[in-house]
Design a protein around this ligand. Structure first.
Ligand code: FES
Length: 100
């Protein structure tokens, strides 16, 4: 199996019971998953995009983490994601959006 170049984790606030009901979900994180997936496909970025439970930095959500770079982004929306992916294509981070 060939592993992807990137794993992009989108907090969707899942709780132990399986419900998505926390801050990132309420701020539209679900729609970011489709946007990121489509943008990666269009740009030829080899990434798996998946949703997660809470990263425990809710006040900075919606939170998106890119591995293996260990870039933690907060306050994400579609426009900011586009900037993040522009930078990723160059091997860089958007420092202004990093939370960790
Ligand atoms: S709900 Fe997303 S970081 Fe907590």
């Amino acid at each position: 199996m060939k592993k992807p170049d990137y794993t992009i984790l989108v907090c969707n606030s899942y709780r132990v019971a399986g419900d998505a009901q926390g801050y990132c979900n309420k701020q539209g994180a679900t729609s970011l998953v489709q946007h990121i997936t489509e943008e990666c496909s269009d740009r030829g970025i080899d990434a798996v995009v998946t949703t997660t439970a809470c990263f425990s930095v809710c006040s900075q959500g919606p939170v998106v983490v890119i591995q293996p770079n260990n870039y933690w982004y907060g306050g994400m929306n579609a426009d900011k994601i586009d900037e993040v992916l522009d930078a990723l294509e160059e091997g860089n981070a958007v420092e202004a959006y990093l939370i960790a």
